[in-house]
Design a protein around this ligand. Structure first.
Ligand code: AP5
Ligand code: MG
Length: 223
């Protein structure tokens, strides 16, 4: 796809923890040649590099709570101001609160851009608990796998880059429960918010992963 066609395809993936945001963003960003910007990945990257931001984020992530809006918004603003997003981007995990959604509108306005679509991936809580208990993540490129639903070709090794697979600290039953609770209280109101703005598309997020990608691509092509 040419740069011209992709110009300004600014997308948000909205969904509960474990709904498949990372899995689908990986596919969509490759097919559409867009940058995948995941706030959770950015926090984990900071933690790996032992930055102050990473240390701060960890205190919230470990409890299944949200990192404060001002800190998160600043990080996103900096990321979206880089030239590599000129074709568009797939935001995964941001916004997660109404103030963050308002901040995103302002950030984009400042860059003379506008949100094209919000893809809401709908998955039941029961399925999410199953998914997160068996998830493995690549330490290098963050690609998610699942022991049962999407196993890597070689045990413990990433199919994309050969990196080491590990289980995220926050994928334990107690933190998953808190993350779901946080999602329902603070993030799910964004579904109606974006519906009212006329940019929301709902995707059924259960079943075959490739079929879900195809469904999302159909929606994106119509934007
Ligand atoms: P983040 O890293 O964004 O975690 P999350 O929202 O909890 O989402 P996940 O990454 O767990 O799930 P996912 O939707 O990406 O699913 P995945 O594709 O991996 O955030 C972590 C923390 O950072 C937050 O708790 C918070 O503290 C902080 N944070 C981040 N953003 C923030 C913000 N904006 N504001 C404040 N704080 C913020 O899939 C899950 C599993 O299911 C995988 O194993 C996968 O293989 C499998 N799977 C995927 N699709 C399917 C399918 N169709 N069928 C079967 N299995 C599937
Ligand atoms: Mg993710």
């Amino acid at each position: 796809m040419s740069n011209q066609t992709n110009s300004g395809l600014d997308l948000v993936l909205l969904g509960a923890p474990g709904s498949g945001k990372g899995t689908q963003a990986k596919q969509l960003s490759q097919q559409l040649e867009l940058q995948h910007v995941a706030t959770g990945d950015l926090f984990r990257e900071n933690l790996k590099n032992n930055t102050e931001l990473g240390q701060l984020a960890k205190t919230f992530m470990d409890k299944g709570e949200l990192v404060p809006d001002d800190v998160t918004q600043k990080m996103v603003k900096e990321r979206l101001s880089r030239p590599d997003i000129s074709n568009g981007f797939i935001l995964d995990g941001f916004p997660r609160t109404l103030p963050q959604a308002e901040a995103l509108t302002e950030i984009l306005k400042g860059l003379d851009r506008k949100l094209k679509g919000v893809l809401y991936i709908n998955v039941s809580d029961e399925e999410i608990v199953q998914r997160l208990s068996g998830r493995l993540i690549c330490r290098s490129c963050q690609t998610p796998f699942h022991l049962e639903f999407n196993p890597p070709a070689k045990e413990g090794e990433c199919d994309s880059c050969g990196g080491e697979l590990y289980q995220r600290d926050d994928d334990n039953p107690k933190t998953v429960h808190n993350r779901l609770d946080t999602y329902h209280k603070q993030t799910s109101p964004l579904i109606n918010y974006y519906k009212t703005m006329g940019v929301l598309a709902e995707i059924k997020g259960e079943g075959d992963m490739d079929a879900i990608t195809d469904e999302m691509m159909k929606v994106v092509r119509k934007l």
